[in-house]
Design a protein around this ligand. Structure first.
Ligand code: ATP
Ligand code: MG
Length: 244
């Protein structure tokens, strides 16, 4: 299908407990049944750990001999290429969906065993429209023939529709939830949205558990979105602001 290669850096996560948790996630997804082949990963707000979780899981499936395609469908703000030190002119999903590149021009073999990737490609002003294009469905259909698993990394669903569009082309969704970082009501809203898209919610991953991490991320999110001027807020107010 493709003869292009990219070299990914920063692919080793030496943390024992993290790696064990990823193996558990892998096993749980396998136990969801053979009809679960395309799985999307989403969250409610930014920075909850979707991209890291998706990549580590893809790597983990590869290590047990599975053929995996990781699709980075976060066309708005992808960090995958920079995080893994990918250099040079790489064609990505946005170029394929806008008709500028063929499917085989955006799929890359990698140095990670069993793992092929479709990167997000250049920023596009209309990611949701692009993802609605039948070309996305065509990519998923083709990938189903060539891979054991297709894992799709998406933007957060709290206020973006992209995830729901991707969900409609997947067999299952995994919701990444940052421990202590997001309100119960917002997660419920995202869960209902996923269900409306006809995608089975396979389960949730609780990320950034323990340590001082969660508080730090919570405040970073808060500042990024609302600034300090709102002062103290409740999870309910947070949700109302995201709802607009
Ligand atoms: N399980 C985890 N424990 C601690 N830190 C984590 C965990 N997963 C991810 N991180 C860290 O959190 C930050 C955000 O992770 P990541 O990019 O995977 O989130 P994301 O949900 O994909 O964000 P975005 O919404 O911007 O796409 C990164 O700095 C990453 O190293
Ligand atoms: Mg991400």
């Amino acid at each position: 299908m493709t003869d292009q290669h990219i070299i990914l850096e920063n692919v080793e996560n030496g943390q024992y407990f993290y790696n064990e948790a990823i193996k558990t996630l892998r096993t749980n997804i396998q136990f969801c049944g053979s009809n679960i082949q395309a799985v999307m990963f989403t969250s409610s707000i930014p920075d909850e750990g979707k991209s890291d979780t998706t990549f580590s899981l893809a790597q983990s499936f590869g290590s047990i001999g599975k053929r995996v395609l990781l699709i980075d469908a976060d066309i708005r703000k992808s960090v995958v290429a920079s995080r893994h030190g990918i250099r040079g002119r790489i064609n990505g999903l946005s170029q394929y969906l806008s008709g500028q590149k063929r499917m085989d021009e955006v799929i890359y073999h990698t140095n990670v065993e069993g793992l092929d990737m479709v990167l997000a490609g250049p920023y596009s002003p209309n990611p949701a429209e692009l993802l609605e294009d039948p070309l996305f469905g065509a990519l998923m259909d083709e990938a189903r023939k060539d891979y054991d698993y297709i894992l799709v990394d998406t933007p957060p669903m709290g206020n973006l529709i992209d995830g729901a569009i991707v969900a409609s082309k997947c067999d299952g969704a995994v919701l990444v939830i940052e421990s202590g970082g997001v309100s119960y009501r917002l997660v419920q809203k995202v869960k209902s949205q996923l269900e409306r898209s006809g995608c089975r919610l396979l389960g949730a991953v609780l990320s950034k558990t323990g340590g001082e991490g969660s508080g730090r991320y919570y405040s970073r999110y808060y500042k990024k979105y609302y600034g300090k001027k709102y002062g103290k807020y409740t999870p309910y107010e947070e949700e109302q602001k995201i709802r607009g």
